[in-house]
Design a protein around this ligand. Structure first.
Ligand SMILES: [Mg+2]
Length: 225
Protein backbone atom coordinates (compact mmCIF):
# COMPACT_ATOMS: atom_id res chain seq x y z
CA UNK A 1 0.00 0.00 0.00
CA UNK A 2 1.50 3.29 -1.08
CA UNK A 3 2.13 5.69 1.82
CA UNK A 4 5.51 7.19 1.15
CA UNK A 5 6.98 9.54 3.72
CA UNK A 6 7.32 12.36 1.18
CA UNK A 7 3.74 12.16 0.00
CA UNK A 8 1.85 15.42 0.54
CA UNK A 9 -0.98 13.28 1.90
CA UNK A 10 1.07 11.64 4.61
CA UNK A 11 0.08 12.43 8.21
CA UNK A 12 2.00 11.72 11.39
CA UNK A 13 0.07 8.54 11.98
CA UNK A 14 -2.46 6.65 9.98
CA UNK A 15 -2.72 6.37 6.23
CA UNK A 16 -4.38 8.85 3.95
CA UNK A 17 -6.88 7.22 1.63
CA UNK A 18 -8.89 8.40 -1.25
CA UNK A 19 -12.43 7.36 -1.88
CA UNK A 20 -11.25 5.61 -5.01
CA UNK A 21 -8.28 3.53 -3.91
CA UNK A 22 -8.00 -0.12 -4.81
CA UNK A 23 -7.35 -2.00 -1.60
CA UNK A 24 -6.08 -5.13 -3.31
CA UNK A 25 -3.47 -3.48 -5.52
CA UNK A 26 -2.77 -0.59 -3.17
CA UNK A 27 -3.42 2.12 -5.71
CA UNK A 28 -5.10 5.42 -5.03
CA UNK A 29 -5.00 8.82 -6.56
CA UNK A 30 -6.79 11.39 -4.45
CA UNK A 31 -6.28 12.59 -0.90
CA UNK A 32 -9.55 12.60 0.96
CA UNK A 33 -9.11 11.59 4.58
CA UNK A 34 -6.71 10.14 7.10
CA UNK A 35 -7.73 6.66 8.11
CA UNK A 36 -6.69 5.45 11.53
CA UNK A 37 -8.60 2.16 11.40
CA UNK A 38 -9.60 -0.18 8.59
CA UNK A 39 -12.49 -2.49 9.38
CA UNK A 40 -12.87 -5.58 7.24
CA UNK A 41 -16.02 -7.58 6.84
CA UNK A 42 -15.28 -11.32 6.95
CA UNK A 43 -17.46 -13.50 4.71
CA UNK A 44 -17.06 -12.66 1.04
CA UNK A 45 -14.44 -10.02 1.82
CA UNK A 46 -11.42 -11.74 3.36
CA UNK A 47 -12.19 -14.89 1.38
CA UNK A 48 -14.27 -15.87 -1.63
CA UNK A 49 -17.35 -17.53 -0.15
CA UNK A 50 -18.48 -19.13 -3.40
CA UNK A 51 -20.32 -22.37 -2.62
CA UNK A 52 -20.58 -21.69 1.10
CA UNK A 53 -24.39 -21.45 1.15
CA UNK A 54 -24.94 -24.85 -0.43
CA UNK A 55 -22.23 -26.46 1.70
CA UNK A 56 -23.96 -25.14 4.81
CA UNK A 57 -27.32 -26.36 3.50
CA UNK A 58 -25.85 -29.80 2.78
CA UNK A 59 -24.29 -30.05 6.24
CA UNK A 60 -27.52 -29.06 7.96
CA UNK A 61 -29.59 -31.28 5.69
CA UNK A 62 -27.49 -34.27 6.69
CA UNK A 63 -28.22 -33.40 10.33
CA UNK A 64 -31.94 -32.98 9.66
CA UNK A 65 -31.75 -29.26 10.43
CA UNK A 66 -32.78 -27.67 7.14
CA UNK A 67 -35.91 -26.19 8.66
CA UNK A 68 -33.83 -24.46 11.36
CA UNK A 69 -31.41 -23.17 8.73
CA UNK A 70 -34.26 -21.75 6.64
CA UNK A 71 -35.72 -20.14 9.74
CA UNK A 72 -32.34 -18.66 10.67
CA UNK A 73 -32.15 -16.92 7.30
CA UNK A 74 -35.67 -15.57 7.71
CA UNK A 75 -34.93 -14.30 11.21
CA UNK A 76 -31.75 -12.59 10.03
CA UNK A 77 -33.69 -10.73 7.36
CA UNK A 78 -36.31 -9.67 9.88
CA UNK A 79 -33.76 -8.39 12.43
CA UNK A 80 -31.40 -6.85 9.88
CA UNK A 81 -30.23 -3.45 11.09
CA UNK A 82 -32.30 -3.47 14.30
CA UNK A 83 -30.47 -2.36 17.45
CA UNK A 84 -31.26 -4.21 20.67
CA UNK A 85 -28.73 -2.38 22.81
CA UNK A 86 -26.56 -5.29 23.87
CA UNK A 87 -25.75 -8.91 23.12
CA UNK A 88 -28.08 -10.44 25.71
CA UNK A 89 -31.12 -8.62 24.37
CA UNK A 90 -30.14 -9.37 20.79
CA UNK A 91 -29.83 -13.10 21.48
CA UNK A 92 -33.12 -13.14 23.33
CA UNK A 93 -34.86 -11.55 20.34
CA UNK A 94 -32.93 -13.61 17.77
CA UNK A 95 -33.61 -17.02 19.26
CA UNK A 96 -37.08 -16.03 20.36
CA UNK A 97 -37.97 -15.25 16.75
CA UNK A 98 -37.24 -18.83 15.68
CA UNK A 99 -40.26 -20.17 17.52
CA UNK A 100 -38.26 -23.33 18.14
CA UNK A 101 -36.86 -24.23 21.58
CA UNK A 102 -33.91 -26.01 19.92
CA UNK A 103 -32.75 -22.88 18.10
CA UNK A 104 -30.03 -21.70 20.46
CA UNK A 105 -28.60 -25.17 21.09
CA UNK A 106 -28.54 -25.83 17.34
CA UNK A 107 -27.01 -22.47 16.45
CA UNK A 108 -24.24 -22.49 19.06
CA UNK A 109 -23.62 -26.23 19.22
CA UNK A 110 -23.95 -27.35 15.60
CA UNK A 111 -24.39 -24.59 13.05
CA UNK A 112 -21.49 -22.36 14.05
CA UNK A 113 -19.06 -25.28 14.59
CA UNK A 114 -20.13 -26.72 11.22
CA UNK A 115 -19.48 -23.37 9.56
CA UNK A 116 -15.96 -23.26 11.03
CA UNK A 117 -15.31 -26.85 9.91
CA UNK A 118 -16.49 -26.11 6.36
CA UNK A 119 -14.31 -23.00 6.16
CA UNK A 120 -11.29 -24.96 7.37
CA UNK A 121 -11.86 -27.60 4.72
CA UNK A 122 -12.68 -25.46 1.69
CA UNK A 123 -11.72 -21.79 2.06
CA UNK A 124 -8.58 -19.66 2.42
CA UNK A 125 -7.97 -15.93 2.79
CA UNK A 126 -7.53 -13.98 -0.43
CA UNK A 127 -3.87 -13.48 -1.42
CA UNK A 128 -3.98 -9.72 -0.82
CA UNK A 129 -5.13 -10.00 2.81
CA UNK A 130 -1.97 -10.77 4.79
CA UNK A 131 0.37 -8.28 3.04
CA UNK A 132 -2.29 -5.57 3.14
CA UNK A 133 -2.98 -6.08 6.85
CA UNK A 134 0.73 -6.08 7.66
CA UNK A 135 1.25 -2.87 5.71
CA UNK A 136 -1.64 -1.16 7.45
CA UNK A 137 -0.38 -2.09 10.88
CA UNK A 138 3.17 -1.09 10.01
CA UNK A 139 1.76 2.33 9.06
CA UNK A 140 0.11 2.64 12.46
CA UNK A 141 -3.40 1.92 11.22
CA UNK A 142 -5.61 -0.22 13.42
CA UNK A 143 -7.14 -3.29 11.80
CA UNK A 144 -10.48 -4.81 12.78
CA UNK A 145 -12.64 -7.65 11.50
CA UNK A 146 -16.38 -7.15 11.87
CA UNK A 147 -18.76 -9.97 10.99
CA UNK A 148 -22.52 -10.42 11.16
CA UNK A 149 -21.95 -13.96 12.48
CA UNK A 150 -20.32 -15.24 15.64
CA UNK A 151 -17.24 -17.47 16.08
CA UNK A 152 -15.21 -14.82 14.26
CA UNK A 153 -11.83 -15.82 15.71
CA UNK A 154 -12.47 -19.49 14.94
CA UNK A 155 -13.55 -18.67 11.40
CA UNK A 156 -10.49 -16.48 10.86
CA UNK A 157 -8.13 -19.21 12.05
CA UNK A 158 -9.93 -21.69 9.80
CA UNK A 159 -9.20 -19.66 6.67
CA UNK A 160 -5.61 -18.87 7.61
CA UNK A 161 -6.03 -15.41 9.13
CA UNK A 162 -4.13 -15.20 12.41
CA UNK A 163 -6.43 -13.35 14.85
CA UNK A 164 -3.31 -11.66 16.24
CA UNK A 165 -3.10 -9.68 12.98
CA UNK A 166 -6.15 -7.69 14.05
CA UNK A 167 -6.42 -5.11 16.82
CA UNK A 168 -10.07 -6.02 17.25
CA UNK A 169 -12.33 -8.90 16.22
CA UNK A 170 -16.03 -8.36 16.70
CA UNK A 171 -19.37 -9.74 15.66
CA UNK A 172 -22.50 -7.68 15.20
CA UNK A 173 -24.62 -9.68 17.69
CA UNK A 174 -22.10 -8.93 20.46
CA UNK A 175 -22.56 -5.23 19.68
CA UNK A 176 -26.33 -5.40 19.98
CA UNK A 177 -27.61 -5.60 16.41
CA UNK A 178 -26.96 -7.01 12.96
CA UNK A 179 -25.53 -4.89 10.17
CA UNK A 180 -26.37 -2.26 9.05
CA UNK A 181 -27.27 -1.14 12.59
CA UNK A 182 -25.67 2.29 12.98
CA UNK A 183 -25.33 1.70 16.72
CA UNK A 184 -23.24 -1.44 16.17
CA UNK A 185 -20.84 0.42 13.89
CA UNK A 186 -20.56 3.22 16.43
CA UNK A 187 -19.92 0.78 19.29
CA UNK A 188 -17.23 -0.86 17.18
CA UNK A 189 -15.52 2.51 16.83
CA UNK A 190 -15.77 2.96 20.57
CA UNK A 191 -13.96 -0.30 21.13
CA UNK A 192 -11.31 0.71 18.61
CA UNK A 193 -11.01 4.12 20.26
CA UNK A 194 -11.33 5.95 16.94
CA UNK A 195 -14.06 8.18 15.60
CA UNK A 196 -16.21 6.92 12.69
CA UNK A 197 -14.76 9.67 10.52
CA UNK A 198 -11.33 8.08 10.90
CA UNK A 199 -12.50 4.63 9.76
CA UNK A 200 -12.60 2.88 6.43
CA UNK A 201 -15.05 -0.04 6.24
CA UNK A 202 -14.25 -2.64 3.59
CA UNK A 203 -16.96 -5.12 2.69
CA UNK A 204 -18.64 -7.06 -0.07
CA UNK A 205 -22.22 -5.89 0.62
CA UNK A 206 -23.41 -2.34 0.18
CA UNK A 207 -26.75 -3.02 1.90
CA UNK A 208 -25.09 -4.13 5.15
CA UNK A 209 -21.42 -3.08 5.31
CA UNK A 210 -21.94 0.04 3.23
CA UNK A 211 -25.22 1.23 4.68
CA UNK A 212 -24.02 0.84 8.26
CA UNK A 213 -20.69 2.50 7.58
CA UNK A 214 -22.28 5.49 5.87
CA UNK A 215 -24.90 5.87 8.61
CA UNK A 216 -22.15 6.00 11.22
CA UNK A 217 -20.04 8.43 9.16
CA UNK A 218 -17.33 6.07 7.90
CA UNK A 219 -15.77 5.84 4.50
CA UNK A 220 -16.82 2.64 2.72
CA UNK A 221 -15.05 0.55 0.13
CA UNK A 222 -17.13 -2.02 -1.72
CA UNK A 223 -14.98 -5.02 -2.50
CA UNK A 224 -16.11 -6.79 -5.65
CA UNK A 225 -15.01 -10.41 -5.81
MG1 LIG B 1 -19.73 -10.22 3.68
Amino acid sequence: MRSSANSPCRRESGVTYSTGHDLMCGEWNMCAMTVRAVIFDLDGTLYNKSGLAWRLALSQGLRGNLRLLKREREVRKRLKGVDFGDEARFREAFFGAFGNPRAQEWYDGQYMPDMVRILRGHYRIAPWVEPRVRQLRAAGVKVAVFSDYGCVAGKLEAIGFDPAWADLIADAPSLGGLKPSKASFERLCGRLQVSPGECLMVGDRDDTDGEGARAAGMLFELLKS
